[in-house]
Design a protein around this ligand. Structure first.
Ligand code: UDP
Ligand code: MG
Length: 337
């Protein structure tokens, strides 16, 4: 089947880009040359016009320079064109991905990690699924090599919780490795929120989705730039950005606590009336007061999470700022305004 006819968006003459590969990176100098070579190797054999859009998410290790050294010459017609979108600072992976997706020109866009944990060799299979009619091809990992059991276990639990919370079915065990058709990209670009939890957004779009299972490789080099702090932040973001269920849980818990407390009070009054006054239970009182105090603080924190989110959304700031875009000449061609 010919992909060209399926897409109402944009002119699609000869030579226009069919497939864009978006690679967000942050301080990945060690892997970038290898990354570029592997992706180029795969794209070269595909026989369609392709491009690679690297997004430098404010790296402090001259990653872009490494890339420019390796890549910036005018490509032969079968080779992918390479561009590097440099953001003005580190905006985080979610924003970097959006920057890449927005700058991609292809009829399909594949998002890939720079550390080669998502094997570029799978791109042809993803493109095949797209030709078969999928708008979103998500890649589900079978196992997580080279990661600690703690990270594996927490990731597992987290995906399950998320699954239960979300109204839109969310594919379990998928990362950001994904192919999006132009239609899916267009849909994604319509969602205006600042707090972008990409996995949730992909699920929300809800276009025909194909899931491909693969083995996630260990990092090719360098270290994961995610700290547990950042991961917990992202997890909170994920849950609070498309579900208010936690607010309902604490309301439910508050009701239960109120009923239990009321019952307990009635019990004490009854006992006092029938058997006379008898003061007991100082330790249990302290335990109960601290416990309820803790629950209240958690609830306030949770509420704050949602209020904070509203605040951030209300500012309507751009998701990221582009410093410049490097193209084959090796010179920055577009300076950010
Ligand atoms: N990344 C990014 N901005 C950040 C953090 C990470 O663009 O602030 C990129 C990183 O360079 C890599 C991808 O996101 O290409 C995944 O990051 P990492 O491998 O550290 O995460 P993990 O694979 O452990 O989930
Ligand atoms: Mg990684």
């Amino acid at each position: 089947m010919n992909a060209i006819n399926r897409f109402p968006f944009g002119p699609n003459g000869a030579g226009s880009v069919q497939l864009s590969v978006v690679v967000p990176f942050y301080n990945e100098r060690e892997v970038l040359p290898l990354c570029l070579r592997r992706i180029t190797g795969v794209l070269f054999n595909m026989g369609i016009p392709t491009e690679i859009v690297f997004v430098d998410d404010g790296s402090t290790d001259e990653g872009s320079e490494v890339l420019s050294f390796a890549a910036f010459r005018e490509p032969d017609h079968d080779e992918p064109r390479v561009r590097v979108v440099r953001l003005s600072r580190n905006f985080g992976k979610e924003a970097a991905m959006m920057a890449g997706i927005e700058h991609a020109k292809g009829e399909a866009v594949v998002v890939l990690d720079a550390d080669l944990q998502d094997p570029p060799e799978l791109i042809p299979a993803m493109v095949h699924a797209w030709y078969q009619g999928a708008d979103v091809v998500s890649m589900r990992h079978r196992q997580r090599d080279g990661e600690t059991w703690l990270k594996r276990a927490s990731a597992h639990a987290y995906y399950r919780i998320l699954q239960r919370l979300s109204r839109s079915p969310m594919p379990v065990d998928t990362g950001d490795f994904r192919l999006l058709s132009r239609r899916a990209v267009q849909a994604l670009l319509q969602l205006p929120e600042r707090c972008r939890y990409m996995k949730g957004l992909y699920a929300w779009i809800g276009l025909p989705t194909t899931v491909i299972t693969y083995d996630r490789a260990p990092r090719a080099a360098g270290r994961s730039t995610w700290s547990y702090g950042k991961l917990i932040g992202l997890a909170m973001e994920g849950i609070t950005s498309f579900s208010v269920a936690p607010l309902r849980w604490v309301t439910g818990f508050g009701m239960l606590a109120a009923i239990a407390g009321g019952g307990f009070g009635l019990n004490i009054i009854g006992k006092t009336v029938l058997f006379g006054s008898d003061v007991h239970g100082y330790p249990s009182l302290i335990a109960l007061v601290t416990f309820l105090g803790g629950v209240q603080l958690i609830t306030v924190g949770l509420l704050g999470e949602y209020v904070g989110k509203t605040y951030i959304e209300s500012k309507q700031r751009p998701l990221y700022l582009v410093r410049d875009i490097l193209q084959p000449s090796g010179q920055p061609v577009e300076k950010a305004a």
